[in-house]
Design a protein. Structure first.
Ligand code: F6P
Length: 324
């Protein structure tokens, strides 16, 4: 295979703190190897509409500390169709891209995987606050998101204890409970509800626990709910109606997606960007950068997307034990 001369870089799907640090790393590492970089705005949408510009090392100045993504992002419905993917592939050829670097999560990588089948060389850098990619132990943005969640829970705990209330805190995660599990352990919650644990909430058992916590002398009942579980506000009303204990719901929502990335996120983003360019320089094709068992590596994109990440039941046991 000929040397890589030009790559495109885009961020796609839900933004994640640290995406900017990853773009910066890709751009500067590539240019240091005499590889030209084309910045693509708004993810695949910008690729399809030709929103591109040439990047240089100064294009990524002053962004390492910023949340969000300065390349902008989108969830591109056109990439769900074969026609959209074919058009994206054609545009990559017209732009003479030797590779497309996709910084994003599961959905973005599925788009990249489809492009790879048509012959576009793709390389994925995992960035999503959800931590829901089985191939890697870390996805850029997770640490910042759980720290934001934990700090919010600390504050809710203060007021919840003062009023002896029950508090439901909804964190992000439509399909995955990793944020909820981490926020529950680090926030010292009494209970966690996640979509992976068979969907429907057992209200009777929840109510029994709330009463039991009261009788143990606890002044609060902190229940962390992953977004995908259901209607948190409705659940809070139901709990209050049955128990007679004042209950409040707080939806953290998109608050968790913003903010300056933590040192952990900046480190992973910088090293993953570097690793991606190294892989390209070594003529690798269609890879995803991973952090597994303490080491950075790259694996085939089909292998990377083969399995769904399971939740760690041990974490649930720990939450329950520590809530005693
Ligand atoms: O995938 C990241 C994520 O923040 C999920 O946790 C959440 O369910 C979803 O994106 C929200 O998406 P949107 O920003 O499009 O509402």
């Amino acid at each position: 295979m000929e040397n890589i001369k030009k790559i495109g870089v885009l961020t796609s799907g839900g933004d994640a703190p640290g995406m900017n640090a990853a773009i910066r790393s890709v751009v500067r590492c590539a240019i240091s190897k005499n590889i030209g970089v084309i910045g693509i705005k708004r993810g695949y949408e910008g690729l399809l509409s030709g929103e591109i510009f040439e990047m240089n090392p100064r294009s990524v100045s002053d962004i390492i500390h910023r949340g969000g993504t300065f390349l902008l992002t989108a969830r591109c419905s056109e990439m769900m169709s074969d026609e959209g993917v074919a058009r994206a592939h054609k545009i990559c050829n017209i732009l003479a891209l030797d590779a497309l670097v996709v910084i994003g999560g599961d959905g973005s990588f599925h788009g990249a995987q489809k492009l790879s089948k048509l012959g576009t060389n793709v390389i994925g850098i995992p960035a999503t606050i959800d931590l829901d990619l089985d191939c890697t132990d870390y996805t850029i943005g997770f640490d910042t998101a759980i720290n934001t969640g934990m700090e919010a829970i600390n504050k809710i705990r203060d007021t919840s204890s003062s009023h002896e209330r029950c508090s439901l805190v909804e964190v992000m995660g439509r399909h995955a409970g990793h944020i909820a599990l981490w926020c529950s352990i680090t926030g010292g919650a009494e209970e966690v509800l996640i979509p992976e644990m068979n969907g429907a909430v057992n209200m009777e058992s929840l109510i029994r626990q709330i009463f039991a916590n009261r009788s143990k002398g606890k002044t609060h009942n902190l229940i962390i709910v992953a977004e995908g579980v259901g209607n948190t506000a409705k659940m809070a009303k139901e709990i209050e109606k049955i128990t007679g204990i004042e209950t409040r719901a707080t939806i953290l929502g998109h608050l968790q997606r913003g903010g300056s990335p933590t040192a952990v996120d900046r480190m992973h983003a910088s090293i993953m960007g570097y690793t991606a360019v190294e892989a390209l320089a070594n003529a690798k094709r269609n890879r995803v950068i991973i952090f597994k068992d303490g080491k950075y590596d790259d694996i085939d994109i089909d292998e990377a997307l083969a399995a769904e990440k399971p939740y760690d039941n041990k974490m649930y046991e720990i939450i329950k034990t520590l809530a005693t």
